[in-house]
Every structure is written in C-alpha cells, then in structure tokens.
Design a protein. Sequence first.
Length: 215
Amino acid sequence: MLSMKAELEQSKAGFITTAPEEMQEAFFRHMKEQLESGIVFGLKEGAKAPDFTLANPLGEQVSLYDELAKGPVVLTFYRGSWCPFCNIQLRAYQQLLPDIEKLGGQLIAVSPQSPDNSLSQKEKEELAFQVISDPNGQVADSYNVLYEVPDYLKPVFTNNFGLDLTAFNATVRWILPVPATYIIDQQGSIRFAHVNPDFMERLEPGEIINQLKKL
C-alpha cells in the first residue's frame, strides 16, 4: 500500500500530466500568490483554539470543547470531497484512527461543503470520524485559514470540474480553507499546527502520532 506522501506525489504527477495547461497555470499561480503574499495563515502553537459548534451530516451538534472533555482533538480543515488531495489525506487519517484513539485522541475534519456532500463523502470513503460542515467558512475564518477564491480561478472550477462552489458549499461566496491540521490538548491549547497553502501537501499521519504522544 502506498504511503500518503507517495499517493499525493502520484496525484500531483497525474495532475501535471493530464490537466489542461490553463488549469495548471491558474492553480499554480494561486498557490504561488498565497505562498509569496506575506500573509501568515493559521493560528500558531500555543494559541487558544476557538471553540465552535457545528452540525455533522446527521444534524447532530458537535462542539469542539465538548469533544476536548473526552481527550485531545486532531482538527483538520480540508477543501471538499471534489479535491483528490483531500480524499487521499482523509483516507490516510482513517487508517490512522485506531492509533489516534489508542492515545485518547479524536479526529474532526471540517470543510465548507454542504452537509449532504459531507454525508456522501463519509459514506463513500467509509470515514468513521466526524466530518462536519462549516457554513460560510465561519470556523475556518476563526482559525485564520479562510480565503476568497480569486476571479481567475472560478472558470477553472466551473469549466473543468463542472463545479460551482457556491452551490456545492451552499453559500453565496466562493470560499475555501487553506489545508490545515491542528493538535489541540484538553485545555484547548494548540500544541501543534501544520498550515500549508500548497494544497498538494498534507501533514504526514506519523507526525500526528508523534505529537499526540507528547501530550
């Protein structure tokens, strides 16, 4: 079985080989702009994790601080089920779930997509952790990872993916989060943060376990 890193590299190579040139140019342009913007995305280690209450696909309310009462939380922000890199990450984290739970931890994945799309993804990928929707990106914004999709990228989504993000996310704005994973201790303190505008890279599963063992 391929490691997550190898799967991500394979997916990136496939994108470079098969995606139309204008599509590649737009995505890599945006990634470069974010990396070179000087904007510091995400909250830092030592910061207090903002509490939130969001509904899971079944309509049940999930509160971060209620979950923290049970143990540390691995909180990951991802773009949506349409993103192959996100799906690779979530599948890899699902394989890791027993190890996370052995260390008393829980995994929560948050995206701006609608609850129906989260439910479809949870069922398709057989995810046993909380996959919750963040309406209008309010929680992503509180963690400083939300951004507005630039106008030049919108036709790439609609023409190449047949995807209108406002419809997919059930919102009026074209918004996405920078992929980010936080490890939060039971006191609500961010003990580890991985935030990277390069959406083709994600936090390695083994690093999650290393960090949880330090708590």
